[in-house]
Structure formats: C-alpha cells, structure tokens
Design a protein around this ligand. Structure first.
Ligand code: ZN
Length: 161
C-alpha cells in the first residue's frame, strides 16, 4: 500500500505545463530535477493541488485548469502607462522588470511602447489563461514537522532552509 498524495505529505513530481489554446509548453521539469512540494499548504496553484490529491507513485494525471483555478483572471487595473524616462534604458516589449510595490517586489512586463508612452502589465504572465498539466508522481512521503511549520518541502528537490 503506497501513500497517496494528501495533506501533509511531500509529493515529488515531473510535470509539463502547456497552453490548451495553442499547445505551447510554458514550463516543464523534464530533463531536470523533479519538483517537490508540501501538499495542502498553498505551495502550488489551487487546481494543481486539488487534481493531484489521491495520486500514487507511478501514476500520471493530465488535467486542464480554468484561470480561476490557476493564476486567476487578468486584472485590468494591473495595466498602467508611464513615460520612457521613468524606465531603465533599453527596455523593449516583453522586458520584465521588478517593481517595488506596497505588497512587495512584483514582476511587471512591458506590454507596449508607443513613442514616449510605455504600457506595463503587472498581471502574472499566466493570468487569464487555462493551463494543461501532465503530472507524473515520482515519490510521496509524509512531511516532517519542520516542513509543516515552514510551509514548504525540504530535501534534495525542495528548499534547504
Ligand atoms: Zn524550510
């Protein structure tokens, strides 16, 4: 009887994430180390955690998440305009910058440049998108007390602090 993925276990998985709209891959652990996460503590996006509950070693699950269950909807208030003089030299459409905000550092993306006017987008790059994941379970083990108190997985493929 192998341990299924459930709250307070550490799951180690290989995953590939694609966009159902065009099949393009936005992230994958294949060819590198698998990912370990502490289950049930918000380390992963909500839909990913829900869909993997109960899976056991060797099992592969494929699922598509709506934006609400992934990185949320795009927020139009996250799109703002500024002047080129406010930004570092050499920015282009697609450049990612880190902005200091009231809630801490946030990545922003330059989404348009029109003369002196720069449009930036503070939404997560995957906000508003449905996401498909193919996830293979490599290992499942009980989490230890330190991991539960820290809220993340430790060990070879997790954090080391
Ligand atoms: Zn820790």
């Amino acid at each position: 009887m192998t341990t299924p993925i459930e709250k307070d276990t550490v799951a180690t998985v290989h995953y590939t994430g694609t966009l159902p709209e065009d099949g393009s891959e936005f992230d994958s652990s294949k060819g590198g180390d698998p990912l370990s996460y502490l289950v049930g503590h918000g380390q992963m996006i909500p839909g990913f955690e829900e869909e993997m509950m109960g899976a056991t070693v060797g099992e592969t699950r494929t699922f598509t998440l709506t934006p609400e269950r992934a990185y949320g909807d795009r927020n139009e208030e996250g799109i703002q305009k500024g002047e080129t003089s406010q930004f570092p030299e050499g920015i282009e459409v697609g450049t990612t910058l880190i902005a200091e905000t009231e809630i801490g550092p946030m990545p922003i993306t330059v989404s348009a440049i029109d003369g002196d006017e720069v449009t930036i987008d503070m939404n997560h790059p995957l906000a508003g998108k449905a996401l498909t994941f193919e996830v293979e379970v490599v290992e499942v083990r009980p989490a230890n007390e330190q991991e539960i108190s820290h809220g993340h997985a430790h060990g070879e493929h997790g954090h080391n602090h």
